[in-house]
Write a protein that binds this ligand. Sequence first.
Ligand code: SAM
Length: 232
Amino acid sequence: MKDRILWQYNEFEQVGKDYSLPNEVTMYDPSHSNFRDIEKESKDVLDNLGIGKNDVVIDYGFGTGTFAIQAALRCANVYAVDVSQAMIDCAKIKAGNAGVSNITFCHSGFLTFEYDGAAADVIVTTFAFHHLPDFWKGIALNRMYNLLKPGGQLFIHDAILEQHNAMKNIEAFIEKMATAGGDFLQQDTEGHFREEFSTYDWIIDGLIIRAGFVIKSKSIQDGVIGTYYCIK
Ligand SMILES: C[S@@+](CC[C@H](N)C(=O)[O-])C[C@H]1O[C@@H](n2cnc3c(N)ncnc32)[C@H](O)[C@@H]1O
């Protein structure tokens, strides 16, 4: 929003895990490698999206930049948007090491990113959307819809819960993470559900559809991790 309203959610104030801290940034890739292969994940998503060399991609909450770098290797331009300057600094170094120069790093967020380039072909956000409360997720989805070209694709991957057995599924997921990454990942996951804004799939479905998207496919792994491919 150009003229910020006084009651606008301050997305630069990190809730839960504070990714503005250099220490959290340093820990990110090593700790996540205990339960995910982010590079392979990224390549699989890019294959599914059918990214082409002329495409413009926006990645919200890019973190250490693995997806943005993999996307940049296949497309024309990536706009990598994150509220953490420490993440930007880290991802810039990784992009340089990967020999990638077609990423525009933007110190901005879902609610504040301003873009006046060509309509985007693809918008991606992985494990970042839960940083917004639900009302603001709706506002963010409206903004994303306006940035995409007709037929453009939206990919969301995040902690998104099935309502049935939600508490049991969360407990089981915390155990799974503890097995994968010990105390660090256990506390990370507990903190996520205690303080951050993961939500039910039926709420996300409604927000996505009301923003004007069609959900092409949806899956919820272990009842807690949602993957959505949507189209404008
Ligand atoms: C858990 S990390 C996810 C990083 C990466 N996308 C991944 O899949 O590993 C969440 C990232 O979202 C960023 N973030 C938090 N709130 C945001 C917002 N409102 N807009 C954009 N990025 C945000 C954080 O700074 C952090 O880098």
